[in-house]
Design a protein. Structure first.
Length: 137
């Protein structure tokens, strides 16, 4: 039997750990074979393994402080939890990052098996990636 309350708590824990600057702890909630997908055609789109996501976090995202999240909605049914969330953080170059997301978590046996992240990838690219590229920013 699926424990919807436990699944929602697990999804909430992911965001709580990121806010505490504990990316490793947040990613420990994922199964070892978890897949993370960002749909679309942008440079940020694609499917990553857990190791890929960890490398991205460790690769030096340009945040001056951890992201602060506001969870607007959390809806669960069966093994899925859908979270509509807003994230904000100052960037190292002094700008403010402010984006909106919908995460679809698939959970089994107390672990996150997959994540589909819907977000404004053009904004994310322009705010996080482009300024770090040669000639960017």
């Amino acid at each position: 039997m699926v424990d919807i309350a436990a699944n929602k708590a697990l999804a909430r824990s992911y965001f709580t750990m990121l806010e505490a600057d504990d990316a490793a702890g947040a990613l420990a909630l994922l199964s070892d074979d978890a897949l993370w997908t960002v749909p679309g055609e942008s440079e940020l789109a694609g499917t990553m393994t857990k190791a890929d996501v960890l490398a991205m976090f460790e690769g030096g995202l340009p945040f001056a402080a951890p992201l602060a999240f506001v969870i607007h909605d959390m809806i669960a049914e069966g093994d899925r939890v859908v979270v509509r969330v807003e994230g904000r953080a100052p960037l190292k170059d002094g700008r403010d990052y402010h984006n909106f997301y919908v995460f679809i978590f698939t959970i089994a046996a107390g672990r996150i098996m997959s994540v589909i992240e819907h977000t404004d990838t053009l904004y994310s690219f322009r705010a996080l990636i482009e300024p770090q590229q040669p000639g960017g920013g």
